[in-house]
Design a protein around this ligand. Structure first.
Ligand SMILES: Cc1cc2nc3c(=O)[nH]c(=O)nc-3n(C[C@H](O)[C@H](O)[C@H](O)COP(=O)(O)O)c2cc1C
Length: 341
């Protein structure tokens, strides 16, 4: 039986539900080509970062001021204006290159926390050929005077500013730290978002006891991290009318199958590709096809949302309902193990 793996995401028809999410693999043209050969249906480029644009502009400004004041010392500033290329221009050039080399859609990404002038670059991403845009508002709520509704407004402001710039579909990559995710996503849909991607992984700072200092840590993910995302994908499915992507903990075909059953349109992979190479995509696609054939599914669409909150027989398990039962089962098992060591 032939299996139809196609899916729709951000108004794009994709060959299958596997997308390579932002990482160095989607910046380098050779590794992006390898991902395409291995079967990914689209790539999301690494983000253009608000901080980096602003920092570079400040440095440039400072150096230009110095040059203006001391023209004789131009060489000392280390700035060669003839060959100088701004960070964002390097990004747009790479986007054009990826678009010309790849057949699959290329999604560009903007990463920041405010609706400042940097969002104007969205227009240039569209002009450089991006098929869609992902907005990663990576914001840690550390200000004791900023309320949750003010924080949500940040997301809306960034979305609205970018929406004004472009007509290509926009997807928001969200954090899981929201009180009421479903109405938030609904509002994003009303403001013109074409999709959401759940969830951003926050890289955890650690404390180094020798250095007595806080140090950043980037650990790759594990499959179990997908569970938090699967729950929320299941809750959002058909309660909002936009594309749903899962990102975080998608490593193998089981992760993909469970995400699709919960209701995701696509499954984004990053850690698994960094760990196992692009061949992991081929393995996952074969595994997905085999499982579907064995279980008489002829298309990904048949799977999507079958075990979502609105459709699963025991959907209450996505909520608090069986919390007590789960604890009791664990305690019973624990006590039995104590009796029979
Ligand atoms: C080395 C590295 C670079 C990343 N760069 C970006 C980035 O530029 N923008 C972004 O939105 N996410 C970025 N991410 C996050 C991934 O795209 C992905 O959402 C996250 O790692 C969770 O997926 P995973 O469990 O498959 O790794 C990066 C992750 C890694 C490990």
């Amino acid at each position: 039986m032939l299996v139809d793996l196609t899916t729709d995401f951000l108004e794009l028809r994709l060959n299958n539900p596997i997308v390579a999410s932002s990482s160095p693999l989607t910046w380098n043209v050779d590794s992006a080509l390898a991902l395409e050969d291995a079967g990914v249906a689209a790539i999301i480029m690494p983000s253009l970062f608000e901080e980096q644009i602003e920092q570079e502009q400040e440095n440039l400004q400072r150096q230009l001021q110095r040059q203006a004041m001391e023209p004789a010392d131009m060489a000392d500033t280390g700035l060669d204006l003839a060959s100088y290329e701004a960070y964002q221009d390097i990004y747009f050039k790479r986007l054009q290159q990826l678009k010309s080399e790849l057949k699959i859609p290329v999604i560009a990404s903007l990463n920041g926390t405010s609706a400042g002038g940097w969002v104007l670059y969205a227009k240039q991403m569209e002009q450089a050929g991006a098929d869609a845009l992902e907005l990663n508002v990576y914001y840690v709520a550390a200000n004791p005077d900023e309320t949750s509704s003010q924080i949500e407004q940040r997301y809306f402001d960034v979305l609205q500013s970018v929406r004004q710039q472009v007509s290509i579909p926009i997807c928001l990559k969200l954090s899981h730290q929201f009180t009421a995710l479903i109405p938030l996503v609904k509002q994003m849909q009303q403001l013109g978002a074409a999709g959401v991607s759940l969830f951003n992984r926050f890289y955890q700072p650690d404390i180094d006891l020798d250095a007595m200092n806080v140090v950043p840590r980037l650990d790759l993910s594990h499959s179990r991290e997908a569970l938090l995302r699967i729950r929320w994908i299941a809750m959002l499915y058909q309660q909002v009318d936009l594309s749903l992507a899962i990102t975080g903990g998608i490593h193998n075909e089981q992760d993909v199958l469970t995400s699709l059953l919960a209701g995701s349109d696509v499954c984004c992979m990053c850690s698994a590709l960094l760990e196992n190479g692009s061949e992991q995509v081929t393995r996952v696609l074969h595994g997905l096809q085999d499982w579907m054939q064995q279980h008489d599914y002829s298309s990904v669409r048949q799977l999507q949302g079958k075990l979502s909150y609105l459709h699963a027989a025991n959907a209450a398990d996505y909520e608090r309902a069986n919390y007590q039962e789960v604890l009791e089962n664990y305690i019973q098992q624990f006590e039995q193990n104590m009796r029979e060591p």
